[in-house]
Structure formats: structure tokens, C-alpha cells
Design a protein around this ligand. Structure first.
Ligand SMILES: Nc1nc2c(c(=O)[nH]1)N[C@H]1C(S)=C(S)[C@@H](COP(=O)(O)O)O[C@H]1N2
Ligand SMILES: [Mo]
Length: 434
């Protein structure tokens, strides 16, 4: 494959509206860099050499500053931050912080930018004094302090975490709100979670034959609690102690949280302190109120634990402006499913009339964010960008209309419809419905 002498016929269209074959970037020998006029001057040329000297920045001529004990992002990146949802101000006890998902590449969200939902504020827990208790339908009730839990064998997995209420504005607003990807999709993040498999703890306590559910309670002021089937806890649930290689952040549940891969954020009880084994669910306030789905006939769907297959194009996305008219762009985004691995992501630039398969970036992991890419030549006319993910069980994202048919008009949880970004001929990207 020669990167030079490539004509425009090598830019293979795979769908209408300028969506190109994934090899097009490489084939076209494309470069967005500016020309290298100064550095092309031979070093032996004295005029050229002085030109080069003039262009040497100060940081290349002086010693640098010192490092710090705990690193922080570059000060030039400090505009990249979480933002708090308008209806739950920073000062309120219930607050929702959105991750700037359109600034992330790859599938891991940095710890300081992980989204966060706190119903009762963030408790300041002293790990020395914190205990985890297991009781109820067990042979031996047990308590664990941090030191004893840290001695158990641990496992790690890269998983997404998503609040059931993520993208709720698109579920309930009759007209699409002009918001950023962070505002609409910022309640999903990806991390490597490490900790002790729940099954070790349950086996040690010894489950009675009637044990079917566990009421999982947090140590925050409002005692956030959820009923989780024993089967999930024996499967892939962990008591998470580490997040991306360091101990959990306070906003993620320090010093320990329940992590149930693929299940709605709310069930991942933070600041975990009590496991009560029972034969039936408790229907706590946190599972019967805000976090249930109301069906079209007004009935409530009990326990919709899984987060369904979903995707969003993060580049380009809401409120961004394409820098160059009729330019060559890479469309990139994230897809995930609480049921398993992502099998494919299709992209459309013409509002869903034609579709092309995007390339999935490795690794493609179960119940994890998965990154996809596809090259696109924007022709300068208005366009409608869509992504549609399918998981390994064959579950496909619905259209917004299909999703709406299932639920009452005011039901907002578990919204996973195909997202559309409208691009005007000025290159402005806007949230849209198709
Ligand atoms: N104890 C406790 N656990 C909790 C919550 C809470 O308020 N208290 N919020 C839940 C909700 S609604 C979500 S979406 C996830 C968010 O996890 P994160 O803040 O680590 O992103 O935590 C869940 N676990
Ligand atoms: Mo949530």
C-alpha cells in the first residue's frame, strides 16, 4: 500500500453523504499539519540556522520546573472538567456531575473526570473506622474491616458505568435541546475496577437455601440501598476497592462500593457497609421511585437492571463547530451494552438512509465502552450523523420513536435510542431527533 500518488478515486465511499472506507485516511496520505518551511532550511545555511534559533521556544532554553507528589493535568487542559446538571446544583445534597465525554479518547475515563451521582452528598468516611457487615439468611454473620478485605484475592475488569437517567433530556423533551455531548451523555464513564468478588464473601458467610436477594446499603446519610438478586452477586459482582489502579475516589464510593457490571448505575451502591441476605426484594425508595421505568400503559416495570445497547458519536458532537468546510474528518464515538460485547456499530451521514460499518478499536470488551471510528468527507451541505450499535446478543438500538412507544411520555430512565447530530452548512453541530 503506497501512501503517495493516490488519487481521489481511492477515497472509497461506503455510504452516501461522504462516509468513506476505513482505509481512506491512510490511502490518501492525508495531512492536516502546516508546511515545514523553517525546518526545511539546511542547518549549514547560516541564514536558515538563525531562523531556526529564533523559533526556539523559551521552554527549550531553560531548565523546567519540578514535578509534584500527585500529578495533575496540564494547566492548558483545565477547561476540560465535569459539570453539574442544572437541576441539581453543586450546593444541593442531590447532585449529578457529567463527564466531558467528547474530550475523551480511548475507553477509560480519568478518575477525576468520572461522572458522579450523589443523592445524599459525599460522606467523609475514615477507612480505619469503616466496616462491612453481612447478615440475614446466612450461616455465619460476618464483619470486615478494610485491612481484612484487602487481604482477599482480587480481580479486575474494564467496565462502563452508566446512570439509568443518562440522556434523559432526549427521552422526555418534545423538541431536541441544544446541548453538548457532555450535557446529554455525560452520565457514562469507563474504568478498570478492581476488588474482591462478592461470591467469596457470600460463600464464607454461607447462604441458606432460601437466600435469593441481598439488600445492599451504603453508609451515606440517606442510606442509599438496593435489592440485588443473589445470582448476580455470585456471577461477576465485586466489592470494588480500586478504580484505574488507585483506591476509589470519594465520589465513587471510597473506601468501597458494590460494582455490578452492566447494571444500572444506581445499583452500584457506593460507600458500601451492609449486605442483608433475604428471600425477597425490599422495594427500597431508591428502586421503587426515581429509578423505575413507567410503561406506556402506566404500569411500572420492576427491576430493569441491565443497561441496554447504546452508542453516541463523540467527535463531532453537540455545539461543536467543524473547523473546515468540505473537509476530511474522522467520525469517532463510543458504544456499550450491559449484556456483553459490542458486535458492530453502523454510521450514517444522511439521517439513516444509508449506513456503513465503523471500525471497532481494540480492545472490544464485555460490558465496556468500545470505541469506533469511520472516515468522513464532509461535502459542505447540511448532514445528519447517526450511529447504531448492535451487541453480541443481537440487541440493536431502537429509533427514538420505537423507544417512546414502549414508555409513558414522562418516563426517562434507560433511554438508549439512536442519537442524531445535525450539521448545518456552517458546520455547527446540534442535537437532533430522526
Ligand atoms: N450510597 C450511594 N450509592 C450510590 C448513589 C448514592 O447516591 N448513594 N448513587 C447511585 C447512582 S444513581 C449512580 S448513577 C451511581 C453513580 O456512580 P458514580 O458516582 O461512581 O459515577 O452510583 C449509585 N450508587
Ligand atoms: Mo443513577
Amino acid at each position: 500500500m503506497k501512501p503517495t500518488n493516490v488519487s481521489s478515486k481511492d477515497l472509497v465511499a461506503v455510504a452516501k453523504g461522504g462516509v468513506l472506507d476505513r482505509r481512506s485516511f491512510i490511502l490518501s496520505g492525508l495531512a492536516f499539519s502546516s508546511s515545514l518551511a523553517v525546518s526545511n532550511v539546511a542547518a549549514s545555511d547560516s541564514v536558515g540556522a538563525s531562523k531556526i534559533n529564533q523559533s526556539i521556544p523559551t521552554w527549550m532554553k531553560t531548565p523546567g520546573g519540578s514535578d509534584t507528589e500527585y500529578g495533575a493535568p496540564s494547566k492548558y487542559e483545565n477547561h476540560i472538567k465535569r459539570n453539574v446538571a442544572e437541576h441539581t446544583p453543586e450546593t444541593s445534597i442531590f447532585s449529578i456531575w457529567h463527564t466531558p465525554i467528547e474530550n475523551q479518547r480511548g475507553i477509560i475515563t480519568p478518575n477525576g473526570l468520572h461522572f458522579s451521582v450523589n443523592h445524599n452528598g459525599i460522606p467523609d468516611i475514615d477507612p480505619q473506622k469503616h466496616k462491612l457487615m453481612i447478615h440475614g439468611l446466612v450461616d455465619k454473620p460476618l464483619t470486615f474491616d478494610m485491612e481484612s478485605l484487602l487481604r482477599y484475592p482480587m480481580v479486575s475488569a474494564i467496565n462502563f458505568l452508566e446512570c439509568a437517567g443518562n440522556t434523559a433530556p432526549n427521552a422526555v423533551s418534545v423538541t431536541p435541546l441544544d446541548q453538548t455531548c457532555q450535557g446529554l451523555f455525560g452520565q457514562v464513564s469507563g474504568a478498570e475496577w478492581s476488588g474482591v468478588p462478592l461470591k467469596y464473601i457470600l460463600q464464607e458467610a454461607g447462604l441458606k437455601p432460601t437466600a435469593k436477594w441481598v439488600i445492599v446499603e451504603g453508609a451515606d446519610g440517606g442510606s442509599h440501598s438496593r435489592s440485588i438478586p443473589v445470582s448476580k452477586l455470585l456471577d461477576d459482582a465485586i466489592i470494588a476497592l480500586y478504580q484505574n489502579g488507585e483506591r476509589l475516589r470519594p465520589s465513587q464510593g471510597y473506601p468501597m462500593r458494590l460494582f455490578v457490571p452492566g447494571w444500572e448505575g444506581n445499583a452500584n451502591v457506593k460507600w458500601l457497609h451492609r449486605l442483608e441476605v433475604t428471600d425477597k426484594p425490599a422495594f427500597t425508595k431508591d428502586e421503587s421511585g426515581l429509578y423505575s421505568d413507567i410503561l406506556d400503559d402506566g404500569k411500572i416495570q420492576r427491576f430493569s437492571f441491565h443497561m441496554d445497547v447504546k452508542s453516541v458519536i463523540t467527535h463531532p458532537s453537540g455545539k461543536q463547530v467543524l473547523p473546515e468546510k468540505k473537509g476530511f474528518y474522522e467520525i469517532s464515538g463510543l458504544a456499550w451494552s450491559g449484556y456483553g460485547k459490542i458486535k458492530q456499530v453502523e454510521v450514517s451521514a444522511d439521517g439513516g438512509r444509508t449506513w456503513a460499518l465503523a471500525q471497532l478499536e481494540q480492545p472490544v470488551l464485555s460490558k465496556s465502552l468500545t470505541r469506533f471510528h469511520i472516515p468522513w468527507q464532509w461535502k459542505g451541505d447540511s448532514a445528519m450523523l447517526l450511529s447504531r450499535a448492535t451487541d453480541e446478543l443481537g440487541r440493536v438500538q431502537p429509533t427514538r420513536g420505537q423507544w417512546r412507544e414502549k414508555y409513558a411520555s414522562y418516563s426517562f430512565n434507560h433511554y438508549n435510542a439512536i442519537q442524531a447530530w445535525y450539521i448545518s452548512s456552517d458546520g455547527v453541530v446540534e442535537n437532533s431527533y430522526v
